[in-house]
Design a protein. Sequence first.
Length: 420
Amino acid sequence: MTDQVDEPADPRSRTDGLGWVSRAVFPDRRVALTVGAPAPAGHRTMARYAVVPSLARARFLVPLGSPRAGAASLLAYNALRPPKVRAVRAAIGGLVRLGLLGLAPFPTLTVSAPAEVPATEVLLAERLATALGGAPLLAAVGVRPPDPNHKPTLQLFSGDGSPRGYAKIGWNPATRALVTAEAAALRALPAVAGATDHPVPPGLLAELTWADQVVAVIEPLPPGVRGVSAHDPPRVAALLAVARRGGSGTPPRPLAGSTFLARLTAQAQRAAATVPSGARAVAAVEALAQRHGATDVEFGHWHGDWVPWNLGEDSGRLVAWDWEHSGPDVPVGFDLAHDTFQRALLLRGEPAATAADAVDSCLARYGDRLGLSPAQRQVVADGYLVELWLRTWRLASGGAGWNAALHPALLDLVEKRHSG
């Protein structure tokens, strides 16, 4: 299939995923992007990419110039991908590795800039190479549909195909906050990652600001990592190790007067000042305090997005990535609630109310292994639903828009639970 002849000459003028990613990765207008054409006069070529499979249906940009790096960008961590995606990447990766990519009808994207402009001034990959020690890097770029909650990500490779890291780009208020939060979490985790049952996190290699964007470079995953099954039971021991930072935890204390409840209250009040539904969030937090304020709760950390697709195994150790929602001072059990809720919502396509029922059932089954009494399980379930709505509001206010599966369904659900 060939693209229409009237495709925009510069991909940054497109309104699809390729346009969105191109604008984030190449924001400096001194950089010229040309498709199927050489660099403009007076420019020097800085990078070239194959647009796979086409401009109209772009899914990734494969770096050209090093067959090993280009092949690695398609083949690395393929075991973590769905079978159909894995097969396509394997086929194209084989062509790249053999130097036969030119036989495929993929458009070529040429990146260039005026000869006098330093590459480190206008190209993110060059800046990242400097931050990681100066050795040349090639960057592969995934292309996703435009979404204000998505972060463009660069896979970084050495010329010999060795993975060097993942660079996540925070480009709007919502994604800048997420990238900053993940960097902070990864800086703190090495001190506890070796504890019994604690999952192995990737390391933070670098953090920088560039072109009004926040960029975090995260260590490659272990080469032998394999995904966990979405049908596996919850990893309760690992969840508890995350919550307790690999230690013995802290004594339970009342929900009333906790920093957790104070944070929910402050965020709900900010929401009320920005959106009409925020008043319902204020009422939900007040109801949570009235219903459970006297209950003693153990507080700890959480991963924040503990789901099967953010987990893997390597040599018998659990590996966890995407720590961008991680934080302290939440009721122990939040990660279990999130894992259960998201499996129901996203994997089984169930509505929020059914997903919340699944949380109740899961806490009843596994809560004793987290040291949760029946009253504490109710705090975890009810508090998590309020926390999740506030996250939904934070992302919406940061430019991500409302998640229709969660808003206003979560507020309806919380009100029903508190009135029951």
